[in-house]
Design a protein around this ligand. Structure first.
Ligand SMILES: [Zn+2]
Length: 349
């Protein structure tokens, strides 16, 4: 015997059928109408690596579609990005000359100042953001001055191999002025040293660059996901690791403290790096601060997606877009991503 449902007792009398979220998922147009977040090329920043020489466009093995480029090729790439709607780039320099304090970083004729001038000459509208650190410039690959007896700042009470904080701040400030003089639109300190935002802000203000914003790498975690970047930027530490200055991946409350300090020191934009394993941090900062929040989808995140796609295990475009929308949904306003050009191409298709 079948069960008879009398009309007056149908499910229509319950709360359930009046709320049917699927109504707004029925067609593509409806889904688009009610879509909460979008990724647009105008809010992406393309990280680019620049090396010495001319006519060089050297593929980075672990980052398909990414290259080390000489300045002339870099300018061509910036033009291509601009045409697609990506107007912001982040520069990483690969100098030929390295020393123990990274002096090439404040050389006005160094690789980054020359790259900035070349880009601004041809494409003055492009937003050129200068990554501000020393790991690409030091012969030991650390992000500043290391405590050694040979160094003028040697501190016998600190262990050798310790990264000296305050002497490095002076060099970060000096280099920031040189990059700003070359035409950098924004300085992005990434060393995770105490006081780096304040030191750079003060130096910029005292030298006529009070209009140049600071985008702080506020919570940069000591992450295994930076692996491919170190190949790209030739910045693997010669000894030890960066855990004495970058954040412990296990820490969430500490991220808030770092952000409070950077904001107090004058940061204009605060950044979380990497992105995917740290979306809770993006969300926390979004809730607590009204400044623009940036998230850096790092080389390892990019490489993983490419590797899986190359094996036929995932659809690259779909998963790349999903990874980026996840970062937006967590609360990021800007995303630094090696997919910037791809996204622009996909959205123009
Ligand atoms: Zn560094």
């Amino acid at each position: 015997m079948g069960i008879i449902i009398e009309p007056q007792h149908s499910i229509a009398s319950n709360a359930f059928p009046t709320a049917r979220p699927r109504r707004l998922r029925r067609t593509g147009a409806i889904r688009e109408l009610v879509r909460e977040h979008r990724v647009s090329p105008s809010e992406l920043i393309a990280p680019l690596f620049v090396c010495e020489g001319t006519g060089i466009q050297r593929p980075i093995g672990s980052m398909p579609g990414q290259f080390n480029r000489s300045v002339d090729r870099l300018v061509t790439e910036v033009a291509a990005l601009g045409k697609l709607g990506v107007h912001a780039i982040m520069l990483f320099g690969i100098p030929d000359r390295k020393d123990d304090c990274g002096s090439e970083n404040w050389n006005p004729e160094g690789i980054i100042p020359r790259a900035i001038r070349a880009i601004k000459d041809e494409h003055p509208e492009t937003i050129v953001i200068s990554d501000m650190c020393f790991c690409e410039y030091t012969d030991h690959g650390h992000c500043g001055i290391i405590n050694t007896p040979q160094n003028a700042h040697f501190n016998a009470t600190l262990p050798q191999s310790y990264l000296l904080n305050d002497p490095t701040l002076e060099l970060l400030a000096r280099s920031s002025i040189v990059h700003a003089e070359a035409g950098a639109d924004m300085i992005a300190p990434s060393a995770m040293l105490d006081g780096q935002v304040g030191a750079i802000r003060t130096a910029l203000d005292q030298n006529g660059f009070d209009h140049v914003p600071v985008m702080a790498y506020t919570t940069k975690y000591a992450s295994g996901f930076y692996g491919p970047f170190r190949e790209a930027a030739q910045s693997t530490p010669a000894f030890g690791d960066r855990k004495q200055y970058q954040m412990d991946p296990a820490n969430r409350r500490e991220a808030m403290r770092e952000a409070e300090l950077d904001v107090a020191e004058g940061a204009d934009i605060i950044m979380v790096k990497p992105a995917m394993p740290y979306l809770d941090i993006v969300s926390d900062l979004r809730t607590s601060f009204d400044l623009p929040i940036a998230a850096y989808q790092v080389s390892g995140e990019y490489a993983m997606l490419h590797a899986a796609a190359a094996n036929g295990w995932i659809d690259l475009q779909r998963c790349a877009m999903e990874s980026l929308i996840g970062i937006k949904r967590a609360g990021a306003d800007l995303i630094l991503t090696y997919f910037a050009k791809d996204v622009a191409g996909w959205s123009n298709a």
